[in-house]
Design a protein around this ligand. Structure first.
Ligand code: KG4
Ligand code: ZN
Length: 342
């Protein structure tokens, strides 16, 4: 079964073809980062318009790469939510148009389920059950994943998401959007413990997170320094921030592994690309004789492959989950708890 995947929930247009027999056949991505950079964040209206511009050429590209025709596919999977309404509408309307024209069934995929299952696309995938740390621009959650659709929320952020904390703190240091990779690079040049920033909820008994206090601590630290900040002060603050957030994420992952008695940890979402986080989690897992699984770097941030894959997994588990109604509704807010087991 060949599934076409379409992702357009935020600022990346991603298209992919996934074959349940042969694996990922081809994928293509267009990132709008440069478009939004001058505004310091994603501008929803610009995002929607750019998805419209990019989506058809990307579709043509994925088919051309493997010499397939649109009629060769068996289903279309598209991101139905959560995300920006206008951006989601672009992907879902293209999916509906293709489904109608080709007489193929559709499946609306939950964006976070795409992230959650993306490590299964790797050459050496984890097996169910596993603990998943989902760290993206909009979400920070720890889950127990027992199968497709079987997700138990173990803990989540009470305020800002990890990616948001990265981006906002980077902005306070004058770094361009998206700040996650920028502040991480700058931190590598910084000296540890020059600025010791708070580790919110590090010792709380639950598996929840809170990052807005950390962001505020970056702000007050920046404001206390002589302006403009020197290069080394900026690097030291970046280092203080990255060390703090990584320590909290690592400690909560360790606690989740202990609580669930599982030995596999899967890290998904854009922040999963962070080098310092990967190093810390690998060390922690080695101490606990556990294994950490990451999606390939290109599938950490938003992409079409994870949507094609999640759609294919859903259809494989329950062929009746597709729809052949070609009207479409997007779900900009779609709690993951509403996902049911396949
Ligand atoms: O999963 P994603 O592509 O989009 C959402 O669904 O939100 O995640 C984007 C987030 C942004 O906040 C970005 O700054 C962060 O992931 N990110 C990183 C890194 N690469 C991306 N944060 C820290 N270090 C990185 N290397
Ligand atoms: Zn995402």
């Amino acid at each position: 079964m060949i599934v076409l995947g379409i992702e357009s929930s935020c600022d990346e247009t991603g298209i992919a073809l996934y074959d349940t027999e042969r694996g990922l056949l081809s994928h293509a991505l267009y990132s709008q980062i440069a478009l939004h950079a001058e505004y310091g964040g994603v501008v929803p209206e610009l995002a929607s318009r750019d998805h419209i511009r990019r989506i058809v050429p990307l579709l043509e590209e994925v088919f051309e790469k493997v010499s397939l025709k649109p009629s060769d596919i068996d289903a279309v999977a598209y991101t139905q939510g959560p995300g920006l309404a206008g951006a989601l509408l672009v992907g879902s309307s293209v999916a509906a148009g293709l489904g109608f024209a080709l007489d193929k069934p559709l499946i609306g995929v939950h964006h976070l389920e795409g992230h959650l299952l993306s490590p299964l696309l790797a050459k050496h995938p984890p097996t169910f059950p596993f603990v998943a740390l989902l760290v993206s621009g909009g979400h920070t959650q720890l889950m127990k994943v027992s199968g497709v659709g079987q997700y138990e929320l173990l803990g989540e952020t009470l305020d800002d998401a990890a990616g948001e904390a990265f981006d906002k703190s980077a902005k306070l240091l004058g770094l361009p959007y998206p700040g996650g990779p920028e502040i991480s690079r700058l931190a590598e040049k910084g000296v540890p413990d020059v600025f010791k920033l708070p580790r919110p909820m590090l010792h709380s008994k639950d598996l929840n997170f809170s990052f807005s206090g950390l962001k505020t601590a970056v702000l007050t630290t920046v404001n206390k320094q002589q302006q403009p900040l020197s290069g080394s002060v900026r690097a030291d603050i970046a280092r203080g921030f990255v060390d703090a957030i990584v320590e909290v994420l690592e400690a909560k992952c360790a606690k989740a592994l202990r609580q669930t008695r599982l030995r596999q940890l899967v890290v998904a979402g854009g922040v999963g690309a962070n080098r310092q986080l990967r190093t810390a989690l690998d060390k922690m897992a080695a101490r606990r004789r556990c294994r950490v699984f990451y999606p390939d770097i290109e599938f950490c941030t938003d992409n079409g492959a994870m949507i094609a894959f999640a759609g294919a997994m859903r259809i494989k588990a329950d062929p009746g989950c597709v729809h052949r109604t070609y009207g479409f509704t997007v779900r900009p807010r779609w709690p993951m708890e509403e996902l049911t087991a396949a």
